[in-house]
Design a protein around this ligand. Structure first.
Ligand code: NAD
Ligand code: ZN
Length: 270
């Protein structure tokens, strides 16, 4: 794997590891790019098959659901099917390994994701979801969580069927929707508060696989910077972000294992 990386990139990974090993409070924000190597397309990727003529940005909105609930529900059922068998990749695994290690070494590592998949959890991480969870449903009118049949308040993907028929709320009769934050909607208050707190109080902020275009999540790096944190970005197509201190322009699944290996080596020997 090392052979794939240029000497210049390896030097930057070394610089990032040195910086991160010297910090106590670290905030990590992940976006769709970290799950791309697991086979889950980002929203910038062109959609395939039945959905190739639709842009994700035109389906993941409350207006789209109000206009054509069946279309949006069918798209989510298709996405759920696409994501159901996907597994964490080396980037998720490396982050989970670092998080477990941090708990023992005294580093405080807060992981925040814009993703709605559960690959961080599958890898063993504790994570705050800013944009909801692909495996939960709720009423589009009264917000009551929809019981997918498990009888549990927290549904898991095992309880979700991929049937494309619309479901209705047991309380008010309106349509059931995925419990996901769509474009133009507010973020969950608790999750956002935790994210802002971690960003404002960290010494280093790492943005992995996010185009930094979707606000307010994209503002977290700015908040960290204003409070004196160093900013590291991991993205094969770095974003036009002038606040970044170190850019690792490579796929997360390639560069993260090396970065974490170097951080843990330094933390252990310090
Ligand atoms: P985005 O689609 O706008 O951008 C993805 C970014 O990842 C791009 O900058 C791209 O260059 C980068 N990238 C691609 N492959 C990568 C790799 N292997 N390693 C590192 N980076 C890589 O995604 P976004 O900024 O997260 O915003 C879109 C929103 O859509 C998200 O907030 C999320 O809610 C939702 N979404 C979620 C998923 C998921 O849960 N897996 C997938 C698609 C979209
Ligand atoms: Zn209802």
């Amino acid at each position: 794997m090392l052979a794939e990386l240029s000497p210049a990139l390896i030097a930057e990974v070394e610089r990032a590891a040195k910086l991160l090993a010297s910090k106590q409070r670290i905030c990590v924000l992940t976006g769709a790019g970290i799950s791309a190597e697991s086979g889950i397309p980002t929203f910038r990727d062109k959609q395939t098959g039945l959905w190739e003529n639709y842009a994700a940005e035109d389906l993941a909105t409350p207006e789209a659901f109000a206009r054509d609930p069946k279309l949006v529900w069918s798209w989510y059922q298709w996405r759920r099917q696409l994501v159901a068998d996907k597994k964490p990749n080396p980037a998720h695994d490396a982050l989970a390994q670092w998080q477990q290690h941090a708990a023992k070494s005294g580093q405080r590592l807060t992981l925040i994701t814009q993703n709605v998949d559960d690959l961080h959890e599958q890898a063993g991480s504790r994570v705050t979801h800013l944009h909801g969870n692909l495996w939960q449903n709720r009423c589009s009118q009264c917000n009551t969580p929809y019981d997918n049949g498990s009888g549990m308040e927290e549904n898991s993907k095992r309880d979700v069927s991929f049937n494309e028929d619309l479901l209705t709320c047991q309380h008010c009769g309106d349509y059931i929707r995925p419990d996901i934050v769509w474009f133009g909607e507010a973020l969950p208050v608790e999750a956002w508060r935790a994210a802002e707190d971690a960003a404002a109080n960290c010494e280093a902020f790492i943005s992995i696989g996010t185009s930094s275009l979707v606000y307010p999540a994209a503002g977290l790096a700015q908040l960290a910077k204003q409070n004196g944190a160093k900013i590291i970005e991991i993205n094969p197509h770095p974003t036009p972000n002038t606040i970044v201190d170190i850019t690792l322009a490579e796929k997360a699944g390639v560069v993260m294992p090396l970065l974490i290996q170097k951080i843990l080596g330094r933390v252990e020997h310090s």
